[in-house]
Design a protein around this ligand. Structure first.
Ligand SMILES: [Fe+2]
Ligand SMILES: [Fe+2]
Length: 460
């Protein structure tokens, strides 16, 4: 037991079947059931002093289950049973002193009755004679020494209360830690738990047409709807690469594609409510416009994966740029529109985009630690990167949307902000593609093409 003064004061010592031989000399072994402290209490006469030991020899997270099943349950039963058994439960001993065992209650802040015992499998109940002198003091006894006894009692009670909370919270905290799946600072487990389609059930879309909506906004929303709906095609492409080998990425992509689908659907619902109709085969129509170079890029990506294990950094960086651009795009449109319903919807979409960006960005940061990954990503982004919608929508339409979103000094600031954020990724200090694309689209601003897909503005 490792605590001679305590052993000397004990009259009997509870032991589980098979552990009787471990009861120290001078103590009478009394059989007790594992974790069944309530039944053990029935054999203890009122007014005895009860010391309940819990704990393990080498505490670590792998023992957490045993702590819960054995120690926590027995302590709970004990505490709920002491009252009915007529046992006074105190953290000190008036006539004597109890010192916690090494590396135990004192250091962890847990005072009597949950003192740790150096052997987990014994968890004995030790009965000492009433008022029997014990050689050492508990932490609570030390706190209770000197000064105003009422204040000392209050301090002791507060100490015991927080010690109990600390113990419970620690277990919960450890549990949460063990359930957490972090990707850098992105909590993937939390994302997977909370992923859901964007909820606009509280927005009355029948009122949408009653607010202003410009032709440019309709064109911009149509572009966004098409690209959001195109996500399922992009998912097919990305899963043909080595992205499918990474469990974090595949878990994320499963929820991501679901959320993006409902982004496209939500924008479509809003436009429909404003009297703008699209054909049933809208996705297929957009697909037909996809450039052949996109197909080539997909083929090239899956080929690169066969030769290099550093491709992860490239598609993650690509994803981070796209999500950040989309997030900023929704923000711009929400600030500019005079339609409060649209602004509300766009802000909800932007919330999702922020989470998407966070995953790609944090994951890319990890992947880009390798110098080879930085080199490959730099090569791919410099030669193949296109703004959101590039390769899917006609070039003229891509230029138009760049102009519309990134026009003026506000647009310049946004482009620079995106560039600076991406440039913080390892090895991407050179990145300024958004500013370059913006400058290029401004040059072509007088050469705009018509939007793809005829749109019918509301008669009002
Ligand atoms: Fe989206
Ligand atoms: Fe997104």
């Amino acid at each position: 037991m490792g605590c001679p003064p305590l052993v000397g004061a004990a009259r009997s010592c509870g032991a589980r079947p098979g552990s009787e031989a471990e009861v120290p000399g001078g103590c009478e072994a009394e059989p007790v059931g594992a974790g069944d402290a309530r039944s053990d209490l029935e054999v203890i006469p009122p007014c005895d002093t009860l010391v309940h030991f819990v704990g393990v020899t080498h505490p670590n997270p792998s023992n957490l289950g045993q702590f819960r099943e054995i120690d926590l349950e027995s302590a709970k039963e004990l505490l709920s049973g002491v009252k009915s058994a007529g046992i006074l439960c105190r953290s000190g001993h008036r006539a004597g002193e109890v010192r916690p065992l090494r590396g135990s209650a004192c250091r962890s802040g847990i005072a009597h009755p949950t003192m740790r015992h150096p052997r987990q499998d014994s968890s004995p109940l030790v009965r000492a004679g009433a008022g029997a002198p014990l050689a050492h003091r508990t932490v609570a006894d030390v706190l209770a020494e000197g000064g105003d006894p009422r204040r000392a009692r209050l301090r002791k009670s507060v100490f015991d209360f927080f010690a109990y909370l600390w113990q419970c919270d620690l277990k919960g905290y450890r549990s949460r830690l063990m359930d957490t799946r972090m990707v850098g600072t992105f909590d993937l487990e939390r994302y997977l738990r909370n992923s859901k389609k964007v909820d606009i059930s509280d927005i009355d879309l029948s009122q949408a047409a009653g607010h202003p909506l410009t032709e440019a906004e309709v064109r911009c929303l149509t572009y966004m709807m098409d690209i959001e709906s195109h996500t399922i095609v992009y998912l097919r492409s990305i899963l043909s690469t080595c992205a499918i080998e990474d469990p974090d990425t595949t878990a994320f992509l499963s929820c991501w594609a679901y959320e993006e689908h409902f982004h496209g659907r939500t924008i479509g619902q809003f436009l429909n409510a404003c009297g703008i109709a699209f054909g049933q085969n809208r996705l297929a129509e957009v697909q037909r416009g996809t450039a052949f170079t996109e197909w080539l890029k997909d083929m090239g990506a899956s080929l690169v994966c066969q030769f290099s294990r550093y491709f992860h950094g490239a598609y993650l960086t690509y994803g981070a740029i796209s999500e950040l651009s989309t997030l900023e795009g929704y923000g711009v449109l929400a600030r500019r529109t005079q339609n409060p319903l649209l602004a509300d919807i766009l802000r909800r979409l932007a919330k999702d985009e922020r989470r998407h960006f966070s995953f790609y960005y944090n994951k890319a940061k990890l992947e880009l630690q390798a110098r080879n990954s930085q080199r490959l990503t730099t090569f791919i982004i410099k030669h193949f990167w296109l703004p959101v919608g590039g390769g899917v929508k006609p070039d003229a339409e891509v230029n138009w949307i760049l102009n519309y979103i990134l026009k003026g000094s506000e647009g310049e600031k946004i482009a620079r902000r995106i560039d600076e954020t991406i440039a913080k990724l390892p090895g991407l200090g050179w990145f300024k593609q958004l500013s370059l694309s913006r400058a290029h689209s401004l040059k072509l601003s007088g050469d705009q093409g018509a939007p793809v897909g005829a749109v019918v503005l509301p008669s009002s």
